[in-house]
Design a protein. Sequence first.
Length: 337
Amino acid sequence: MTTAAAQPGFHAYACLPSGVHGISREKATKLMRESTGTAPVESEAKPVIWIDLSNPGEAEAAYLREELGFHPLAVEDCIRGRQRPKLDRYHGYFFLVAYSAGINEERKRMALNEFHLFLGANYIVTVHDHRVDEVKNIVARWRTDPRIFRDVGSLAHALLDSIVDDYFPVLEHYSESAELLEASVFDMSARGNMQKILGLRHELVLLRRVVAPMRDVVSSLVRRDLPFLRPELLPYFQDVHDHCVRVTEEIDALREILAALLDAQLSNASNRLNQTLRIMTAWSIILMSMTLVAGIYGMNFDFMPELGWRWGYFGALALMAVIGGSLVAFFRRWDWL
């Protein structure tokens, strides 16, 4: 998952009686080892811990496996990436995979960032490749007022809610793009609409592959009896689930609109082709009829009518003009020209 330009990063925080403070790696590891993952989250002896790992490599994988004691399969998913959003249960903790989404302003395309969470009774460990603004924002809010996030459940809800809410600006971007395509699909001067429609449909498919499983993940959080999830938090997770359902429905609606636009674009292209063929056919008939006169009088026979006529040349031109004009009037009457 890491690249040569990306350096691994480690940040840890603990909610202590004096507030939320950054702690060292050694202290974070010590607090994690002291945690059994089964004690109630209200226990004052066990502060809520948040460890954030960015751009993990083999050293970070070994840290997660050996020092924090997470299952090798979950750690492998963190390092290799490209996982489907899911919720796995291990002894004493849960492993969750999610994706944050945003629009790359430079490329004007969607950017998906894979995001992994280890959720225990009083700790949360986040692992991700690229910078995830949701983590930074939630940590800033937590450090400002520790009372708004009393436990791991409230922190997990804040993270998931922020991630899902960021899907809506992406949908709005795609909705505006679909409106622009709808306005230009019948514009004869517009070019490249087909590629734009297919590209937009492809990105919506990618987004739906993320959002649809995410809906199931949040639904599992609501249904399962999780030790870190207080009953009063269930309505909030249900609200996140409702947002996932809404995003999925809007994606499906946009895909239907794009399918209709694609059909309209194909029909428009077919109509333009038919119109072009009709025009070419009409002019071919006109020119062929005029050429017939020139071909007849261009034959090299000795005995032909009008060969010795003084005004024969002008008469042939006049005949061709009459034939051509008559055919032009005929085709215009039938809207072929």
